[in-house]
Each structure stands twice: as C-alpha cells, then as structure tokens.
Design a protein around this ligand. Structure first.
Ligand code: ARG
Length: 601
C-alpha cells in the first residue's frame, strides 16, 4: 500500500498549498516542503492514515489548528483523485485529519497483491534509475582457532535476515564473513604448536578444532606471562605477515581446520556467506597508513602511528587516539577495518553504496572510531552509508552469561542440537496424546525445522539492541510470539487449502468483505510492503517478526469467528483468497527471517 500512501500524502501537500498559499511560499523560500505529518492511523477506528500537520501549521499561521484542518479537508473534497481513493477526511481532536480508504480500493489493492509474486513489495530497480546498488553485509565473522560463540550466532542470524530482506528488495548483496584470520593470535598459536604438536603445522587434519582451541588457550596464557614466549610469537607474526612459506602453510592448515567447523554450523542454519577474512586486506594496510599521512591525519605518538579522534575523549578529557600502526610496525584490528572500508567503497574494489556491520554492542566504539577516521580520510563517498548494527548479549534465563550446567561456555553445535531434541520430545508427546501415527522421518524433519526456527526466531523477535535471555521453554511455546505459533498458522491454512481447494480463486472477480475481522486482516496484509521498507531502513528484524505475529493472530481470530469453507458465494471465495494471501505473506515473511515452513506439524 506504499504507492497509495505516497499518493495520498502528495494530495495532502497539494491541499495544504491550495488552502494556505502563504505557508507554501514560506516553506519554498526556506527550501523545505510542506509537512502534512502523515502516517499510519494510530488506532484502527481512526481509519487508515492520519495527518497531524495542522498543529504545526497553526503555530506558523497563528490560527487555531481545528480551523486549519477544516480548510485542508475542504480542499481535499475538491480533489477528484482523492475522492476516488478515500472517503471524505474526518477531523478529530484538536485538528487531526483521519483518512479512510474506500473498501473497493482496498479490495482492488488486495487483488494486485494476490496476483503479484512479490506480494506488493516493489523491487529497488523500479525506483529511481533502474539501478540496483551494491550493499555489503559484514556478519558472523568468527575467529580462527576459537570456537564460534553465541554472540557469533546472533550476528549470523541477524545478518542473514538483513541480507535476505535486502536481496529480496533487489540490492546486489555481498554477504561477507570477515573472519579473524590474521594477527598476533597466529604468532602465539604457531609458536605453541611448534613445541607441542608440530605435525599440526604441516599435515591436514592432524588435530581437530577442539584441540586447536585448547592449544590457543594455552598459548594465550603463556603469552600473557612469559616474556620470551611473547618475543618468539611476535617474530612468528612478522614472518607470517612477510609471507614466509612455512608460516603461510601452517596458517593455511589452521584456517582450514576452523573453516570446516564453521561451515557445519552454516550448513545447519542454511546460511550462505562469502569468506573474506582479515588476511585479505593485508596487502592494503600500508596504503591506509600512507593515505592517512598524506591527508595530514597521522600523528606519531610514542612511536605508534595514530589518528586523534574528534569528540571521543579519554577519562582525562584528552582526545583518544586510534592506533593505526604499532611502534613495532604491526597493524591491528582497526587498521584492517580501515583497509576494508577503503576497499569496499572504492570503485576498483567492491564499489559498495552501503555497508552494514552486525556485531555485539561492545564494538560500538571501535566502529564509531573507524567510521570517523574513514570519513575524514575521504574514503566514504558522499552518497554512501556505513552503519553498525549492534546487538545485546545472549544471557541465560538467570540474566547471567549463558553457560552450561557445569559452568562452561555453551558450544553452538550443542545448543542447536539441544533445541532440536527439545522439539522432538515435545512432538513425540503430542503425537502420542493425539493418537496419531507418524513416521520417524516426519518426526525428524519437523523437529529439525521447528527447533532451528525457534532459535532463529527467538533471536530475531526481540529488539536486537537489548540483551536477550535464551530459554528453550519460551522459544518452543506453541502460544505467544514464537516460531511454532507462526508455523502453526501456516500449517492451519495449508489444511484449509487441502479441504477448500485453491485459495486464490478470486483473482479476476471482485473480493467482497462484510465482516470486521476480514477488514482487519485485509488491511494488515496490505501493510507488508511498508514493513519490508521499514526493516530495510531501520535494520530491525523484530519489526518483521511483530508484523507476522500480529498477522497470524488476526488470521486466527478471523478463521475462528468467520465461516469460511461453509460460507455462501461470493463470501466463500473472497475469504479463501484472504486465507491464501495470508499464507503467502507468512511464508515469504518467514523465509526472509531465514525460517523454513512446513506442510504439517
Ligand atoms: N571477528 C570479530 C569478532 O569476533 C568480528 C568482526 C566483525 N567485522 C568487522 N569488519 N570488524 O568479534
């Protein structure tokens, strides 16, 4: 319904300009446009939209807002195109305009949505000049020789969802896995392995990731306490970064070992990602330093090359430095991110128009600093945007860090397996209670789908900025804002389809509705394109989750309270069409969340 809402907004602007030419002139002289303060109605009884612009105009025109609203409504009455779409605007409260779309126009819009494989969501290429800009989503990004933890799981799930929404809108999306595969950790690890497990440095599969993680932990402990070990490790890093063949081979093997483990998780979660780790930017690090020096931003402080940040102060009130090159010549996490930004916006590199980073909120300062330096260096084109999409911590039900019963950090693999197992137990119990006979394959398939869906949905449906408590019981509940509830709604409609035949039979004839439950559902279905646009702009998947949840609730209310299969024509076909469209929107919406749907469960 975005198209219609844009049309009405423009009609309102025109009406205001006709009613108050002085205000229009004033706005124009300031280079502004008139603001009708137009948006969705705050309550369904107010109609579809409301315009509160009369309130602001009243200040600038020195007239009571109600009088202004009346004048705008008068002008709208004279606009034949407005009258074709809407009922006469109504004035409410101190001067709000309530706008209601005519039922036949809504029915027509539903027809269009039903016939459209994109369900009313226009592709970006249909806007502007037919161009599909490139967007980079930097997400997941675990570190080699370390286990992927729940924070990486959040990044993976949220990043995948954002990438899906942007892809569906028609952007060229690069899903980049910025794995931590470079830097000091390799120096430590290689030094440790040389001593304790040299075979791991020249033979594939000599050790598994679990061992690697243990070796890394040991190495880190020694690094922090043993000066000699520190020095040797530093030499190892220098050798690696200089391209020493034996070091590179060892490095390659270690990366491969981790990569295989990560890939298993991506496979389970059905995530596609292009690995482009920190090491990729190694050849571009020197250019970062020279560019910054040339721009006059680089300051040598205590032997290290830094850029002093504007507006970011230390406790003592002095500007904080961002270290670009350490005094020993080494580069760090921030340098790599700067090189990555430079490469990603550069036409000779990715030529991206928007870059999105999905990491925990703990990295907010890092990104603020890096973005600032990149901006001052002139690496971010004026029309491009760069955004950090932060998320809160994953906690246990006790509000503390998520841990296993024995107090260790939870491994992702185990966590996903546990979700599936919970589901399979629930399902078996239900099958028994309902005296159904189902095959082992069915149980396996359903519990895998529902289990993974529940983990993803629980993560996506909370506002990502807040910390979120991980609870199997909550995420697997059949009622409430959960994946199983939404999947049930889809299954329910599939059942109706099996009994009622084709659901969208009414594509060419008129859709006739006379029940309030029908109108509520119809209006919600028409909001789908708006919701997708909001997610694209605000990058908040929970907005899509809430929409799908409310849609399922409206559907269930409609189906519980209104006769469908036994209704007379033309109501029966119209109602079946609503069922069909609801199923399509739910399926597409869930798909954009990275969730598969089921025929039965
Ligand atoms: N590897 C980092 C971590 O585990 C995340 C990297 C995020 N992406 C980036 N371009 N810095 O915390």
């Amino acid at each position: 319904m975005l198209r219609i809402s844009h049309t009405i907004e423009q009609q309102l602007i025109n009406a205001i300009a006709r009613a108050f030419p002085d205000a229009a002139e004033l706005a124009q002289s300031r280079g502004e446009s008139l603001n009708p303060a137009f948006g969705a109605a705050s309550k369904p009884e107010f109609g579809d939209f409301q315009a509160n612009g009369a309130l602001a105009l009243s200040k600038c025109l020195g007239k009571p807002p109600r009088q202004i609203a009346v004048a705008i409504a008068e002008q709208l009455k004279l606009d034949p195109e407005f009258n074709q779409i809407c009922k006469p605007a109504e004035i409410a409260g101190p001067g709000f305009l309530n706008i209601t779309i005519k039922p036949e126009v809504l029915a027509q819009e539903l027809q269009i949505q039903l016939a459209d494989p994109r369900l009313g969501v226009a592709p970006v290429s249909a806007e502007g000049n037919g161009f599909s800009p490139e967007v980079i989503v930097d997400f997941s990004s675990p570190n080699i020789a370390k286990e992927m933890h729940v924070g990486h799981l959040r990044s993976t799930i949220i990043g995948d969802c954002l990438a899906r929404v942007l892809e569906f809108r028609g952007y060229q999306v690069k899903r980049l896995n910025h794995v931590g595969d470079w830097g000091t950790q390799f120096g430590m690890l290689i030094t440790q392995l040389k001593e304790l497990a040299p075979e791991a440095l020249d033979t594939a599969d000599a050790i598994d990731l679990g061992d690697l993680v243990a070796f890394y932990r040991g190495a880190k402990e020694r690094f922090d306490s043993d000066i000699e070990f520190q020095a040797i490790s530093r030499e190892e890093v220098v050798k690696l970064q200089a391209g020493d063949p034996t070091s590179l081979k060892a490095w390659g093997l270690l990366c491969e070992q981790s990569r295989k483990e990560f890939q298993k998780i991506y496979h389970t979660l059905n995530i596609s990602l292009q690995e482009r780790g920190e090491s990729f930017y190694n050849p571009y690090l020197q250019a970062v330093v020279s560019d910054l020096a040339q721009a006059g931003l680089l300051v040598i402080d205590d032997g290290a090359g830094c850029v002093f940040l504007e507006g970011m102060l230390s406790k003592e009130g002095t500007p904080l430095p961002l270290i670009i090159q350490k005094s020993d010549g080494g580069f760090n996490y921030a340098t790599t991110d700067l090189a990555a930004i430079r490469y990603r916006f550069d036409k000779a590199g990715d030529g991206a128009k928007r870059i999105i980073y999905v990491t925990d909120a703990g990295q907010a300062n890092h990104f603020a600093a890096v973005f600032q330096v990149a901006k001052r260096a002139g690496w971010i084109p004026p029309e491009a945007s760069i955004e950090h999409v932060p998320f809160g911590l994953v906690q246990g039900v006790d509000g503390k860090k998520l841990k296993t019963r024995s107090g260790e950090t939870v491994r992702l693999k185990d966590l996903l397996a546990e979700a599936v197992e919970h589901c399979s137990n629930d399902l078996r119990k239900r099958i028994k209670e309902e005296d159904r006979s189902e095959s082992e394959d069915f149980v396996k398939q359903v519990s895998t789908t529902v289990g993974l869906a529940a983990v993803k949905y629980a993560d996506l449906s909370t506002n990502r900025i807040t910390n979120y408590q991980f609870s199997f019981d909550r995420m697997l509940a059949l009622n409430g804002n959960t994946a199983p509830y939404l999947l049930y709604a889809v299954v329910r409609i599939k059942g109706i389809a099996r009994k009622g035949g084709i659901l969208n039979t009414k594509q060419t004839a008129d859709l006739i509705f006379d029940q309030p439950q029908e109108w509520i559902l119809a209006r919600q279905l028409l909001q789908f394109d708006q919701v997708i646009q909001d997610v694209e702009i605000e990058l908040l998947p929970n907005r899509l989750c809430s929409y799908l949840f409310e849609l399922s609730q409206s559907f269930n209310r409609f189906y519980d309270q209104v006769t469908v299969l036994k209704a007379e024509e033309p109501a029966r076909s119209s109602r079946l069409a609503l069922c069909g469209l609801t199923a399509k929107v739910l399926e597409l919406g869930l798909n954009l969340l990275g969730i598969e749907t089921l025929e039965r469960m």
